[in-house]
Structure formats: structure tokens, C-alpha cells
Design a protein around this ligand. Structure first.
Ligand code: ATR
Length: 266
């Protein structure tokens, strides 16, 4: 039997998910067909229903539908509720569930890289859907503080309300550098990096971009030019969120990391 899987989003054509999921499936001798379904908002609900009515086994959801898909599901897991976003759909007892594996995927990748955020000072740049999705898991890891910097300060302030560990970063100077800086605005897709203030950085600051490959390059290049020695793109997070989705669909946890052809080194 071939299990039908799909990614719904816009755009989806450059997604690595089909290769990643094929690799996982081979680890367990499972046959899958992972389709990329490019869909705009007004078609999303209909297309998702069609997919599952025709025997779809599970799906991933990506930008820009991670929030709007929440109206389609019968149930949401606790972490999807906390994140306010869904990236994985699975069936249980004929009911459609929405979950979010992004935050756990990020923490699993930190774990692979021996990055501990407990008691650390964190800066997140960006306050969009990607940040909203990972923030609850980051807060649960008990960092010392999470500052959120965003072009639109109000959005950073709104996200920061979720926990007393979080603060919106305004123009007020800060007097200590950050241990970990996470980049999450969609700017990298336009070949740009956000500005970084020298006082944010120390020799030990770790930089991490939630996007991967070309989209992460502008930020990671800037970090290097400012002396940051440890910087990563989000390819590891991508694999981990995919592995957690696979586990929801098949009850098997695939091996991580995958082979080197998927890895990006800086
Ligand atoms: P995603 O799901 O990838 O997070 P999103 O929800 O559209 O996408 O959020 C995009 C993020 O990138 C936001 O933080 C946005 O800042 P605003 O809240 O001010 O819109 C940020 N962003 C996008 N373009 C930007 C730009 N040219 N300069 C600075 N920040 C930008």
C-alpha cells in the first residue's frame, strides 16, 4: 500500500519535504507518495478536505496557511493551541487533528548542536508566524530572557505578552549581549539581513536562522562579518520537525541526522 501525504502551502515548489519524507519512509520500508499542493487561501479548506476524503494519510501545512488551517481541524493538540499555528495534520479515529512540530523540531536541533538555552539571554528578530510557532517551546526551556525585535514593535509587544520571560526590544539600549540570536523575518528570501547592533554580540554569541540554505545566507554572512563564530541555518530544524510529523503519521521515529547531502555547514 502507498500512503498518500502532502504539503499544502504557497509557494511549495522548492520544498525539501518530499525528499526528507521519502528518506524516512525508506528507513521503515514504507511506500509513500508525498505531493506538493500549491494552494491559495480561498481554496485551502476545499483542497484539504478533498485530500483526506480521497484517502490522504497525513499532511504538512506551510506558509501562509499555518493559522487559517486551524479552522479545518476537528481537534488541536496542546502544542498547536499554544503555538496558535498548525504545521501537521493527522487522522485519529476518523477525526482530523492539527499539531505543531516546529518548536520541538527547533529544540531537537539545538540539542544536536549542544546549544542549551536554559538560563540564557535570547534575542529573536522577527515577530511573524514562524516566531509565534516556536515561542512556547522556547519559553518552556526556561531561558533567562527572550527579547523580541521586530520592524513593527506592536507585534513584538503582543508576542511578548505570552510570558513574563519575554520582552519587546525597543530602541532603549541594552547593556548585556545575547547568548543566542535567532533570525526569523522573511527578509532573507529577498536577499537581505536585518541590522545587528554591535552591543548585541559577544565572542560567544550563537546565531541561528530559522530559514535554510540561500534564504539564511544574508544573515549568517552578516554574523560572520561581525565576528560571530558559531552560526547555523535551520536545515536541522526542518529535518526534526519533519521527523516529528512522520512519527505522528506512522508511529515510528526516523533516525536523525540524515545523510550529509541534506546538511549545510557554515
Ligand atoms: P513567517 O511565517 O515567515 O514568520 P510572517 O508571519 O509574514 O512570515 O512574518 C514576517 C516577519 O518578517 C515579520 O516579523 C515582519 O515584520 P513586520 O511584523 O514588521 O511585518 C518581518 N519582515 C518582513 N519584511 C521585512 C522587512 N523588509 N524589514 C524588516 N522586517 C521584515
Amino acid at each position: 500500500m502507498t500512503f498518500q501525504l502532502a504539503l499544502f502551502g504557497h509557494p511549495v515548489k522548492h520544498s525539501l519535504s518530499p525528499q526528507i519524507q521519502q528518506n524516512f519512509a525508506q528507513q521503515f520500508n514504507l511506500k509513500i507518495n508525498y505531493q506538493l499542493i500549491d494552494v491559495r487561501g480561498d481554496q485551502l479548506i476545499q483542497k484539504v478536505h478533498e485530500f483526506f476524503d480521497q484517502g490522504g494519510h497525513g499532511a504538512n501545512i506551510t506558509v501562509p496557511h499555518k493559522q487559517s488551517i486551524m479552522t479545518v481541524t476537528d481537534h488541536l493538540t496542546e502544542r498547536a493551541q499554544q503555538a496558535g499555528a498548525v504545521n501537521t495534520l493527522f487522522k485519529k479515529k476518523q477525526q482530523l487533528w492539527g499539531d505543531n512540530t516546529d518548536g520541538a523540531g527547533l529544540l531537537n536541533d539545538f540539542n544536536d548542536k549542544n546549544i542549551s538555552i536554559k538560563n540564557k539571554r535570547i534575542l529573536i528578530i522577527g515577530a511573524g508566524g514562524a516566531v509565534q510557532g516556536v515561542l512556547p517551546n522556547m519559553v518552556q526551556s526556561q531561558p533567562k530572557s527572550i527579547h523580541i525585535s521586530n520592524r513593527t514593535l506592536k507585534k513584538a509587544e503582543k508576542l511578548a505578552q505570552s510570558s513574563n520571560l519575554c520582552h519587546a526590544l525597543s530602541d532603549t539600549p541594552i547593556n548585556t549581549s545575547f547568548d543566542v540570536i535567532i533570525n526569523a523575518p522573511s527578509l532573507g528570501h529577498q536577499g537581505q539581513s536585518p541590522d545587528l547592533e554591535p552591543e548585541w554580540l559577544s565572542l560567544n554569541t550563537i546565531a541561528y536562522d530559522l530559514s535554510y540554505r540561500a534564504a539564511a545566507q544574508p544573515f549568517l554572512t552578516k554574523c560572520k562579518s561581525m565576528g560571530i563564530q558559531q552560526s547555523y541555518d535551520g536545515i536541522g530544524m526542518l529535518h526534526h520537525q519533519a521527523a516529528l510529523a512522520f512519527a505522528l503519521w506512522f508511529n515510528h521515529i526516523p533516525k536523525q541526522p540524515l545523510n550529509d547531502k541534506f546538511r549545510t555547514n557554515y
